[in-house]
Write a protein that binds this ligand. Structure first.
Ligand code: ADP
Length: 491
């Protein structure tokens, strides 16, 4: 080819072109390639000249290339083609361009190809595609709804989570603004003002912070979301990226908890008020009752032996005032327990003697016979007034809830470092479902509350007293057979 008559300018163009240029004989033998061709495919001139061009075409593109060349030579068709050369390193090099056929007297003599190296473009395109794919994965696989808007507030991105949370598909929302879709009417003005303020001053108080706010669902319902917005400056203006999550469930739970808390506080306040009222009322009632009792006893002393009926009646009045005093004291104890001021005054006692004496006194006012089956010798530290109260309550319950029976059994047994006292009756018994409830304040088993008088506080107070002694109180019972109430005290 040295002898070819190239004009110097054309030679310059040929040698310095970035495009890959070659001249081939009609059968495909390489006559001439330019330096860009050699450099790009990493061959030496002597390696390629005289060889068939088809050796330098990637096998995947061979058919396509051959067909294009035939069309060029036989039909003089010039058509852009993309195919791959194969470099000396066996790497594909994408070429995009055209081939022409040169004729002499109407006979095809040679072909000429000029191709751009598209490999770098393809790599760049691939990178863009990959980063696009990564962006899509980021947008669609995360837990948050992601919305991207431009500074005209038009929605550019709306991921699948956003579709799920708001019910709008991307097609529904594309090109719309937030203000006309998911921002509730009451926030629209503030949102628009905020946007304008930011574009004027670059100041956005809610940018890069997380706020809890409500948003509109496609169905028109408002619900709570967690929202944080970031901004990024692009060549053609600002982009705003909003990350949102639906927190309506959490909010509902929170609101429910707050409601419950308020209810609890209200009922506690109400309870405290009641306790306070009970405390004041029982105090106020105690004074006139004490006076009635004093006058009754005074009058009794003034009666002579002939005034039997008067004496009898006065004794009844005295007994009922005692009962009233007992009930008032119980009520007072309940309010003391609630206010945490039921204090014990403990001394060392001979429990065996104490139990015996207490039961003896109780026998005077009890219809049933109190049978002491066991009373072990034990000494312990206790508040005798309060223990008397517990025993009196258990004995009187045993008698009260076993009408028609004639005795109750008491046992006191020393076991290791405690004493266990039991009070057994053969009365109506308690359904196992209610057995724990009987120790609750003001609880009374339905049936017994109709037939028997009471407040439902004796066992509640007793449990408190025993617990404050470090002991336990419990019951075993069978309906229609009877009950046994136990308490234990540490020695
Ligand atoms: P009250 O006897 O004044 O109702 P208590 O607190 O002493 O209050 O008892 C609570 C409830 O437990 C009673 O209303 C009754 O239903 C049940 N109860 C208590 N002792 C017995 C018992 N020995 N046998 C059957 N039921 C009992």
């Amino acid at each position: 080819m040295e002898g070819n008559n190239f004009n110097n300018h054309f030679r310059d163009l040929f040698e310095n072109s970035h495009d890959l240029i070659y001249f081939l004989k009609i059968d495909g033998e390489i006559e001439l390639v330019n330096p860009a061709w050699l450099n790009t495919l990493d061959y030496k001139f002597e390696d390629v000249v005289g060889k068939s061009i088809y050796k330098f075409i990637h096998p995947d593109y061979l058919d396509k290339y051959r067909k294009n060349r035939e069309d060029t030579v036989e039909k003089n068709k010039i058509k852009e083609i993309e195919f791959a050369f194969i470099s000396s390193r066996n790497e594909p090099v994408i070429g995009l361009g055209q081939a022409w056929c040169g004729y002499l007297n109407g006979v095809p003599k040679y072909t000429r190809g000029v191709f751009k190296n598209m490999t770098l473009n393809q790599i760049a395109e691939k990178k863009v595609r990959e980063s696009e794919r990564r962006l899509q994965a980021f947008l669609n696989r995360g837990p948050d709804a992601i919305i991207i808007i431009n500074e005209n507030q038009e929605i550019l991105e709306w991921n699948s989570k956003a579709e799920e949370i708001f019910g709008f598909s991307f097609e529904d929302i594309q090109g719309k603004t937030l203000a006309e879709s998911i921002i509730p009417p009451q926030y629209r003005e503030a949102h628009l003002n905020g946007m304008h303020h930011f574009l004027r001053s670059s100041e956005g108080p809610i940018l890069n912070k997380t706020v809890e706010i409500t948003a509109l669902h496609k169905n028109g319902k408002e619900f709570y979301i967690n929202l944080s917005i970031s901004n990024v400056r692009m060549d053609d203006g600002w982009l705003f990226i909003a990350f949102l999550s639906d927190i309506s469930k959490r909010k509902e739970t929170e609101e429910m908890l707050i409601k419950k808390e308020v209810e609890l506080i209200q009922s506690k306040l109400l309870q405290e008020k009641k306790d306070h009222f009970i405390s004041i009322a029982s105090h106020e009632l105690k004074t006139p009752i004490t006076t009635i009792k004093a006058y009754t006893q005074l009058t009794l002393e003034l009666c002579n032996d002939e005034q039997k009926v008067v004496k009898n009646n006065l004794t009844k009045i005295d007994q009922f005032t005692n009962k009233l005093t007992f009930l008032l004291n119980e009520l007072l104890d309940v309010s003391k327990i609630s206010l945490g001021i039921l204090n014990l005054s403990k001394t060392n006692i001979d429990f065996h003697k104490f139990l015996h004496d207490t039961l003896h006194v109780l026998q005077q006012i009890t219809t049933h016979e109190i049978v002491i089956e066991q009373n072990d010798e034990v000494f312990l530290n206790a508040d005798i007034i309060r223990l008397e109260q517990v025993i009196a309550n258990l004995v009187s319950n045993s008698a009260k809830y076993s009408p028609g029976k004639n005795h109750v059994i008491v046992r006191s047994e020393k076991r290791e470092n405690q004493v266990i006292c039991s009070f057994t009756d053969f009365g109506i018994g308690i359904n196992p479902l209610n057995i724990e409830k009987v120790f609750d304040r003001f609880y009374r088993v339905d049936e017994s509350s109709i037939k028997f008088s009471g407040f439902g506080i004796g066992l509640f107070v007793s449990r408190q007293i025993i617990n404050q002694h470090g002991g336990k109180i419990w019951a075993e019972s069978e309906e229609d057979k009877g009950s046994t109430f136990y308490f234990s005290l540490p020695l």
